[in-house]
Design a protein around this ligand. Structure first.
Ligand code: ADP
Ligand code: MG
Length: 507
């Protein structure tokens, strides 16, 4: 049974232990309500790891190399990008501007042929095929995997994820909640921060200039600084010869320039080998004079970018909708990979003014009750429209060109499990656990020499993220305050480890 039954004393001890572990191992964030950067708050976390079918975790990992390749193929097919994003760009200035930057860089000829992307592909569990047992009593469902989206820029929480996986293992051992021999098979290794650090190191090595640095582009105030710092520390521990500097995007205005061979110069002297964006994915990040020129300058430079503008664009949700089935995918992937990937796709629809878009519009007006999500081309949480709110929203934009920037997605019907969410200011109650929904993220890193048929210099998969949110909460981000960080507890559902009844996933 999962989570195991606890008495009150153990529950209280475990809650305190979890919080203290979080506070002492970098599972902390800054908070808007506290302007002092030296005061941090415990990240929202779950008391227990989240059960997840092993076969689906394995499946998500097996898919990731193909996701990496797919993104690379999209990124290097300018014509496909142009035709696919045409409608979106008419009404979405942000996507258009990134596209124009990419076009300028392509037209001028890339100073740096190597392009890179550190990404995270997100999935939820989906309860499918409900049928009744012979005696007609127990509804038996099957759980499948559905891809939510791919984050192509600033994919976060790889380090925090590693820490919480260790925290959960520590608690399970300390409170003897799991047999030690089971630990390894239940808790997969989580090395996402190593994947990111290695990706940065590899790019730096390929740039091949000993005095050049890695530049981390940050927000004005890094709320989730610890996740980023741990990656920097890993790079430094592994390679003390590599210098790494953080700089706020706004401050870069005064300190970057291009050298005669389009070297990116930091404070006119130091050459930048690698730019690692932990920012610059939301339109509001560019709300100051010179922001777009600066992004163009970074892209024009010889530095290797994580991600380059074309990789950044490859994460746009419109591509998810266009490449929504095996046939479309075969344009970029071989048949086996396309089949594997298409099996985890949700149904998606465009909302343009052609027949397909009009049919989708009418369908949403009829059926939007609970089973659809409306998404614009954005990253970072808080932009989607769910369920019953879709109808009035669509009604307002029926004749408006802005319809083009949205896609409709089938609502993923995730099974719930029991857990306790610990925020920095709540008081969980043993008898009132939270019904929670888990979301899995798999990290990938790809570096290629930039042509569409290029050999990938690296194509790696490593580490995972689990975010769990209370049932009924639509959005899912930890930093945005929607859910808590969690870790995996793998179960073999096909062997009877887990069952699903009425949307509840019991172990
Ligand atoms: P963003 O780029 O803003 O992170 P996402 O597509 O990841 O946008 O959606 C945000 C959150 O909304 C997800 O983390 C997930 O919790 C929820 N969500 C997104 N798509 C669906 C869906 N089709 N069904 C159910 N929940 C969804
Ligand atoms: Mg997301």
């Amino acid at each position: 049974m999962w989570p195991p039954t606890l008495d009150q004393i153990t529950f209280d001890l475990m809650c305190r232990d979890s919080r203290d572990y979080a506070l002492s191992h970098g599972l902390v964030m800054r908070n808007d309500s506290e302007p002092n950067d030296n005061i941090v708050f415990q990240m929202p976390i779950t008391l227990f790891p989240s059960p997840f079918p092993r076969r689906l975790y394995d499946c998500a990992r097996a898919i990731q190399p193909h996701v990496n390749t797919l993104m690379q193929r999209i990124a290097t097919d300018l014509e496909f990008m142009r035709t696919s994003l045409e409608g979106v760009m008419k009404v979405d200035d942000f996507t258009r501007k990134i596209f124009e930057i990419n076009e300028t860089v392509e037209r001028e000829g890339r100073a740096q042929p190597i392009i890179g992307c550190i990404s995270r592909s997100d999935y939820m569990l989906h309860a499918t095929k409900c049928e009744y047992d012979v005696d007609g009593q127990v509804p038996k469902c099957r759980i499948g995997l559905r891809q939510v989206e791919v984050n192509a820029i600033a994919a976060s929480l790889a380090s925090s994820s590693m820490n919480i996986a260790q925290m959960h293992q520590y608690l399970m051992r300390k409170y003897q909640l799991i047999d030690v021999p089971q630990l390894e098979s239940r808790f997969p290794a989580n090395d996402g921060s190593r994947l990111v650090a290695n990706g940065l190191i590899k790019a730096w090595d390929l740039y091949a200039k000993a005095s050049a640095i890695i530049l981390v582009v940050t927000e004005n105030r890094s709320m989730n600084f610890s996740d980023q710092r741990i990656i920097e520390q890993l790079v430094h521990m592994q390679r003390p010869d590599i210098a790494m500097t953080r700089c706020r995007f706004t401050d870069l205005l005064d300190c970057i320039s291009l050298g005669p061979n389009r070297e990116l110069l930091f404070h006119k002297r130091t050459e930048v080998a690698v730019v690692y964006y932990r920012h610059c994915y939301d339109p509001s990040d560019y709300n100051f004079d010179g922001a777009w020129d600066m992004r163009l300058q970074l892209e024009r430079s010889r530095a290797i970018k994580y991600p380059s503008s074309n990789f950044h664009l490859s994460g746009v949700k419109k591509f998810q909708q266009i490449l929504n089935d095996q046939m479309q995918l075969e344009r970029f992937l071989d048949a086996d990979a396309a089949l594997l990937l298409s099996r985890v796709f949700c149904r998606l629809w465009p909302l343009g003014f052609d027949d397909e878009g009009n049919a989708a519009y009418e369908m949403a007006m009829k059926h939007s009750k609970q089973n659809l999500v409306l998404k614009p081309q954005r990253e970072g949480g808080g932009h989607n429209i769910y369920g019953e709110a879709i109808k009035p929203f669509l009604h307002n934009i029926k004749q408006h060109e802005s319809r083009n920037q949205y896609i409709l997605m089938e609502y993923i019907n995730s099974p719930t499990t029991n857990n306790w969410l610990l925020t920095y200011d709540n008081s969980p109650v043993l008898e009132q656990g939270d019904l929670m929904v888990a979301e899995l993220g798999i990290y990938g890193c790809v570096l290629t020499n930039g042509s569409s048929d290029s050999a990938e210099l690296i194509n790696e998969t490593g580490g995972y993220l689990v975010r769990s949110k209370r049932f009924g909460v639509n959005e899912g981000g930890v930093v945005g305050g929607y859910g808590g960080l969690s870790s995996l507890y793998l179960v073999d559902d096909e062997l009877g480890d887990a069952t699903l009844t009425d949307g509840y996933f019991s172990v």
